[in-house]
Write a protein that binds this ligand. Structure first.
Ligand code: FMN
Length: 241
């Protein structure tokens, strides 16, 4: 039985809702095989561009902090990762602190930080925060983004961001392999327009315009292409959207 007939058969049996979806086939491409040895020989820039993008799209976020003298700092980070929901934890990877790393130092000093989803309306300002400004220069001032403070929480939020999260520093894990640091925070507060969160608690990231990034320079919007029921081993999960 060829693939087409097989898919049709499965579709008729109601087993397989993806039967008519276009499939990617490697048959018509020359495949480049890159080995660990090749990677070692690549020029630094080429290697960074390649390896940084290989995990797939990452969330584009601005992390806001203040140092112990109260000076606000803002920088772009894409390595944000969900650690667990109980307690509600998020982490991110900070580059090695062999040179000054203001976000990292401020979090160690003051114990709080904010994560602000990047939106298209302030993308160039957000990208500019990745430049290495001296400590006394605040990225809020140079980019014109507006710091915003709520109650006792000491770290600055980005007023222009649609979704923003305030976190308390919980743990730092040094990754000995390359000297990077996993910084873990516990969520203290979340700020999101109430119509952007479903009755079941799902934030609508597409509507909020939260951007994703490939590598360190190319930003994209996201679009829903499927939503499914919880997958179980018996049969395919129901397609909800
Ligand atoms: C799209 C993008 C994503 C980035 N993601 C990270 C990241 O996950 N971790 C990191 O250490 N630096 C990341 N950077 C680099 C920081 O933004 C940059 O080092 C910045 O100067 C850090 O500022 P700070 O010293 O004020 O913390 C990223 C840069 C860009 C443009």
């Amino acid at each position: 039985m060829n693939k087409f007939v097989g898919s049709l058969f499965r579709l008729l049996k109601g087993e397989y809702s993806n039967a008519w979806k276009p499939r990617w086939s490697s048959a018509k491409y020359e495949i480049m095989v890159i080995t660990a040895e090749d990677i070692e020989k690549f020029d630094k820039r080429y290697r960074v561009n390649l390896i940084n993008a290989l995990t797939g799209f990452s969330p584009a976020n601005l992390i806001g902090t203040r140092n112990r003298r109260g000076k606000p700092n803002l920088a772009m980070f894409s390595s944000l990762v969900h650690i667990g929901s109980n307690p509600p934890l998020m982490g991110f990877i900070n580059r090695p602190d062999t040179v000054a790393r203001h976000t990292l130092e401020n979090i160690r000093e003051t114990g709080t930080f904010t994560v602000n989803h990047v939106h298209q309306s302030f993308l160039s300002e957000a990208h500019q925060t990745s430049a290495r400004y001296p400590e006394e220069v605040s990225e809020f001032t140079v980019t014109g983004l507006t710091p915003e403070f709520f109650g006792e929480f000491t770290a600055p939020f980005v007023n222009e961001a649609v979704i923003k999260i305030g976190l308390r520093f919980r743990e730092e894990i040094k990754i000995e392999l390359n000297g990077t640091h996993l910084i873990i925070g516990e969520i203290d507060n979340i700020r999101i327009p109430d119509s952007f969160i479903s009755d079941e608690g799902r934030p609508d990231l597409e509507r909020a315009g939260s951007l994703v990034v490939s590598g360190l320079d190319a930003y994209f919007v996201s679009r829903l292409v499927g939503k499914f029921a919880y997958a179980k081993p018996e049969g395919f999960a129901e397609r909800l959207e």
